[in-house]
Design a protein around this ligand. Sequence first.
Ligand code: GLC
Ligand code: CA
Length: 529
Amino acid sequence: MTEKYENFLDLTFYQIYPRSFRDANGDGTGDLRGITEKIPYLKELGIDAVWISPFYKSPCNDGGYDISDYRAIQAEFGTMEDFREMLDAMHASGIKVIVDFVPNHTSTEHFWFKEARKSKDNPYRDFYIWADKPRNDWVACCESAWKYDDVAGQYYLHCFDPTQADLNWENPRVRKEMCDVLDFWVDMGVDGFRCDVIDMICKDWENNRLNTGPHLHEYINELFGREKMAHVFTVGECWGANVENIRKLTGADRGELTTVFQFEHINRNCKSRFEPKDFSLSEFGEIFAKWQKITQENDLLYTLFIENHDLGRCVSRFANDGELRYESATMFATMLYGMRGIPFIYQGQEIGVTNSYFEKIEDFDDMETTAFYRAYKDVLSEDEMWRLINFGSRDNARRPMAWNSGKNGGFSEGEKTWLTLHPDYEKINVEADKASEKSIFRYFKEIIALRKANEVLRRGTFKDMTGEAENYFMYRREYKGEEMVVVCNYEKESRIALPANLVRVIGNYPERETDIFAPYESAIYKVVG
Ligand code: GLC
Ligand code: CA
């Protein structure tokens, strides 16, 4: 592994959804100055790098992933000056900043699209994907992914909301524009990019798949294989990443991506965004062990995440968000951050925020949720509808961050927040969590510090020790003669035979002299002697 790549193993990332992090000017929407205000909080947690979701000019039909100007800041988030101040303040605190890069589509409000629809010979026409009739049966947001545009007199492709038109990457001018967008932000001083649905920029028309087409690697290399990008960190959102293409996407010698988010563990408990599927935690152990092995054998970087702005909260989705909320949240932290890879923590995960359990469609903003509701409201029973929405709605992750139990959870001094706060915010908030005897924040802080203090946790090899067991996950890390063992018990009390000569360095239950592990008990041990 090259030195550049190895150093990335030292970073712990924190993802910020700017609209919901902190509102500095009291208009009810989170903003860039709000992020700057909270840098001390990130430092306290031990964060080295942040990924900030989009704050670019946008009609915000899809939370800002519908960009109308790649080089401008959406007014409610602040100004370019605010951005620079935030970036400088992060850097002054030793925190790297990566921003979202959204190359697959633009808003239909983007200048390119406004031009493109005007006529077939408009110079921007070929920036998008047009057809006289739908070319296939792809579906987006519960409707056809092809929308007829009256002005253009043709259909255009949108793999997400109809106001997000897919760009035509076969056009070299599109690729050049996208390189320029990257250069603009690199010149501004950002440290890297989280690349939105990057594997969708090349469609596989032949196999009727909307990602991983034949020129994908070429296109990505055209973006990131350039000299200017040599020191830039990139993580690609790749729902289609599999064992075959992961080597190409992230090989250190390839000039493509530093690493990817792949979703096998997430996909295992759902059939689609809103449809849960039978799932057992033992599948996590299996999947993680598999990916640890693949990335280790191929010398690749892996990302350690379980939440983001599109996913339900992990305690609700995969474990227990009631009585054992602390145990669940901290068990996942042990399981993930004990492994080899780059931790990504999503805002609120560090205090164990749960899903929302809402009952009114008016309380939602997420366009996927409202589209799903419209499409199925006459088909599903009330109960079923709410079960599915509360499982899958992306607003589970997007409610304003609760900093304390005061007005608007300390998120905003304004009258009304853009999305209502979680109904439990008076109980689950940063201040309350920190003051609690069982503080999730404190556990996260300790485990991040533990990684920092122990090279073996960052660089060590991974060896699965679970064997045939289905009720827990156990693995060993080893580096330059140092060894650590990580044990994560799933939901049932279990007897776990540990190897000899262990000294516990962190755990989410008081240490006991027995081999019985309580539900969601987890711990990390040093091997001594
Ligand atoms: C990614 C983003 C998601 C967005 C979609 C379209 O999946 O994470 O929030 O809706 O891409 O840009
Ligand atoms: Ca604001």
